[in-house]
Design a protein around this ligand. Structure first.
Ligand code: ADP
Ligand code: MG
Length: 273
């Protein structure tokens, strides 16, 4: 079970640590089109180790596409993405690698992804959803994979549901299993695409609390697209506002979400609140 609400972030301490942290992700001039329409229009973004970045913006602004490019689920037209200094893709062209090479590149740089709709294996128990990929992809022994799965289920407060199938878990519990699974190979960065938007309101808090603990206790680098403005203000170090495939505002989450400078950001926040 989940502990009570955590105390406020120590923003000053986090800012000091982040100022010295190395760059994990560096995106330059990223352009992506579907047919003739540009959905990412020259995105530049640098993220430091341990930074929690909230990705905000109206529906269709390119948030999912950006996360999918970073995790190599999509190719792009031009621009570069580097993770820990390593190019993801060949000459910035995401289409140039085979699925196998993409899987290897993703594993090598260590990126985990959590989707809006959980994407769990429906026929596998919670522990097998985590242990299975550790055996198949990481080549871990059965005993070691199961031990790691149980350790991760404990981190997300679900040891008591370890043997349940996804359909017997609540949406919030399924998302916590999905987070545990994404963490299993020890990623250097976690991408979360609207992790709570498919959940009933009463299930949102437990998932957000897990994410917050990853930020504070593990210092995990995270990019989170979300419409949960209060959560972004509380947990993110930095907020980025995307509109029509461009970053139109980028700054400290607590400031931007209280006093946005761009009128489009202000209008969007007004609609959500
Ligand atoms: P967001 O996550 O901010 O809602 P998306 O990245 O999903 O935005 O979408 C950005 C734009 O790209 C939208 O206009 C969407 O319709 C379009 N789009 C997304 N995926 C595809 C696709 N596979 N094929 C064609 N258009 C797409
Ligand atoms: Mg989306």
């Amino acid at each position: 079970c989940m502990p009570a609400r955590l105390p406020p972030l120590d923003r000053a301490a986090r800012a000091r640590t982040l100022a010295k942290a190395k760059t994990v992700l560096k995106i330059e001039g990223l352009v992506k089109s579907y047919d003739t329409r540009k959905v990412l229009d020259g995105v530049d973004l640098e993220v430091r180790q341990g930074q929690v970045v909230a990705l905000l913006g109206p529906s269709g602004s390119g948030k999912s596409t950006l996360l999918r490019c970073i995790n190599r689920l999509e190719g792009w037209d031009s621009g570069t993405i580097k993770v820990l200094g390593r190019h993801i893709g060949v000459d910035g062209n995401g289409f140039a690698l085979s699925p196998r090479e993409i899987a290897d590149a993703r594993a090598e740089v260590g990126i985990g992804m959590v989707f809006q709709n959980f994407n769990l294996f429906g026929h596998l128990s919670a522990r097998e959803n985590i242990a299975g990929p550790l055996r198949w992809v990481q080549g871990m022994s059965a005993a070691e994979a199961d031990r790691r799965a149980m350790e991760l289920l404990e981190r997300v407060g679900l040891t008591h549901r370890a043997d349940a199938l996804p359909r017997h878990l609540s949406g919030g519990q399924q998302q916590r299993v999905a987070i545990a699974r994404a963490l299993a190979p020890n990623p250097k960065m976690l991408l979360l695409d609207e992790p709570t938007s498919a959940l009933d309101p009463e299930l949102v808090a437990g998932v957000l609390q897990v994410i917050r603990r990853l930020a504070e206790e593990d210092g995990l680098t995270m990019l989170i697209s979300t419409h949960q403005i209060g959560f972004a203000r509380d947990v993110a170090d930095r907020a980025i506002f995307l509109d029509q495939g461009s970053i139109i505002e980028d700054g400290r989450a607590d400031r931007m979400l209280t006093h946005p400078e761009n009128p489009r950001t202000a209008r969007f926040l007004q609609i959500l609140s």
